[in-house]
Design a protein around this ligand. Structure first.
Ligand SMILES: NC(=O)C1=CN([C@@H]2O[C@H](COP(=O)(O)OP(=O)(O)OC[C@H]3O[C@@H](n4cnc5c(N)ncnc54)[C@H](OP(=O)(O)O)[C@@H]3O)[C@@H](O)[C@H]2O)C=CC1
Ligand SMILES: O=C(O)[C@H](O)COP(=O)(O)O
Length: 482
């Protein structure tokens, strides 16, 4: 497939390509993409800069109209994007379609939010600050930051791309997208919807190539004004190298589910299963640790195990609950965590089973702090359980993690829930529900190694703008009168 520059699709002069594999067909070749050269990257940024000068002068309502048109085209072309998600990231067929439809909704909402949020500024008067009379009127407005480099991960290559580019575009920025290699085809189909919608040449472009090869060149490029990145450890290195640009990073998580003795165990079990095993655990917001009070642990685990027994394991085309994880290296890593835990005394509630990248769902009981799986995110369908005796012990487990994305607590005692939520060092706490980023307009953020800045539609628009003040200096004080 070709890369997108200046409103057209082009083959790279490099003569090289990179390849996405099919995770659910023993990593057989799936699709090939251009390995863009550094001079092609330079050209893309030059076009983005040129386009941005005009785009920022395009009326806000016109920018919004184009976004709505792109959303409509996304819905009309959902099939091809969904098929590509099934092929390259083994997402279940129904979930793949939901990802595209959710993305179209996100674009529409962003257009609506943008016209309100960016259509207003703030007027400040100088006489509210000591020593001043009313001789200065400050008009503060939101202006675009310029060119936003958008780097989404494999697991939501469409949704986590539009969640970056729609806020960027409504705010008058241009975007350069670096799609993930696995999931690249769906991202490029999505870009095509924006081009077909009529976004001017240079406003939306995509350069392709392995992140390990062109990533550093992109993230340290002098034309970049902001980076919106979602992914894993790579994001920490991106932040270290990026320099004086605005940063929005959403990285890994180790979301814990704390189950207190008075919890509704049916609800907790259902949420653990949904939170831990949807998309085979490959969500940043997946439940990645259960901390359950000793006295209800057996009952909770038997409910969870009963649901695991009913899960289907197989092909994404058949909408199996559990499908292959994204790569062989990911499956190997998951296996290494299980082996380490078992060798240190953890109890596997199901038999360990793996075929290529396909790993059968597994609950691991009696996990202790010396096991890697207690701290690492498997990003797969294996879920560790730690039995705890007190709120303090559960909180220690959550707060010792280097991650701080989300967490959840199950209890009928709202006072205790709030005490726990306030004490958890995470960007979001869910009370009586599994961790989740959506609905997409909710603020979404991590602390510690889980990220910098906040997402969610409104917050992303704010990250992708800067404040401009224009001050009118009067020759004599003037006061508004009734
Ligand atoms: N907090 C959140 O919202 C989310 C977090 N995640 C986290 O992401 C991880 C899994 O996603 P995964 O895609 O494997 O994450 P990676 O960090 O490996 O990759 C994310 C993106 O970065 C690109 N990339 C790779 N190297 C570089 C580089 N040097 N410079 C710039 N970009 C680069 C990748 O391209 P390429 O594919 O070509 O290597 C991909 O597009 C998990 O740890 C998960 O927790 C995932 C989703 C959401
Ligand atoms: O990248 C992820 O893993 C997503 O942010 C998860 O989104 P969701 O919690 O809404 O499924």
């Amino acid at each position: 497939m070709r890369y997108s520059v200046d409103g057209t699709w082009r083959t790279s002069a490099s003569g090289s390509t990179c390849e996405a594999l099919n995770p659910s067909k023993a990593n057989a070749p799936a699709n090939r993409f251009q390995a863009c050269t550094t001079s092609e990257v330079d050209e893309v940024f030059a076009k983005a800069r040129e386009a941005q000068r005009t785009w920022q002068r395009t009326p806000l309502h016109a920018r919004a109209a184009l976004l709505h048109r792109a959303a409509t085209l996304m819905r009309e072309n959902a099939g091809e994007m969904a098929e590509a998600l099934v092929l390259e990231v083994a997402k279940g067929a129904k979930d793949a379609r939901v990802e595209v439809e959710r993305s179209a909704d996100l674009i529409d909402y962003t257009a609506e939010e943008g016209v309100r949020l960016l259509g207003e500024g703030k007027l400040l008067m100088s006489d509210s600050f000591p020593g001043n009379d009313r001789t200065k009127l400050c008009m503060a407005s939101k202006v675009p930051v310029g060119i936003i480099l958008c780097i989404p991960p494999f697991n939501y290559p469409v949704n986590l791309c539009v969640s970056k580019i729609a806020p960027a575009l409504i705010a008058g920025n241009t975007v350069v997208v670096k799609p993930p290699t696995q999931g690249c085809t769906a991202t490029l189909h999505m870009i095509q919807c924006f081009l077909k919608a009529g976004f001017p040449a240079g406003t939306v472009q995509a350069v392709t190539g392995r992140g390990g090869e062109i990533g550093d060149y992109l993230t340290t490029h002098p034309e970049v004004n902001a980076i919106s990145f979602t992914g894993g450890e790579t994001g920490i290195r991106v932040a270290q190298k990026a320099g004086m640009v605005a940063l929005q990073t959403e990285l890994g998580g180790k979301d814990a589910c704390i189950v207190l003795p008075d919890a509704d165990l049916d609800l907790a079990a259902k949420s653990i299963v949904k939170g831990g095993f949807s998309y085979s655990g490959q969500r940043c917001t997946a439940v990645k640790l259960v901390a359950v009070f000793e006295e209800v642990a057996d009952e909770l685990l038997s409910k969870v195990n009963a649901q695991i027994a009913k899960m289907t394991v197989g092909q994404p085309e058949d909408d199996a609950t559990i499908t292959a994880v994204v790569s062989k290296s990911s499956a190997d890593f998951i296996q290494s965590l299980v082996v380490d835990a078992e060798s240190k005394g953890a109890r596997l509630c199901q038999e360990w089973r793996r075929e290529d990248n396909l790993i059968w769902p597994l609950l691991i009981d009696n996990v202790t702090h010396d096991m890697k799986i207690c701290w690492e995110e498997p990003f797969g369908p294996v879920l560790p359980v730690v039995r705890v005796k007190s709120d303090a012990e559960a909180l220690e487990l959550v707060n010792k993690s280097r991650f701080g994305l989300q967490g959840c607590v199950f209890t009928k005692d709202i006072d205790r829930a709030i005490q726990m939520a306030d004490a958890m060092e995470t960007g979001t706490v869910q009370i009586n529900g599994p961790p989740a980023r959506g609905p997409d307009h909710f603020p979404f953020q991590g602390v510690k190694d889980s990220g910098i800045g906040s997402q969610g539609i409104t917050n992303s628009i704010n990250v992708m703008t800067k404040v401009k003040s224009t001050v009118i200096n009067l020759s004599k004080p003037s006061y508004t009168v009734a």
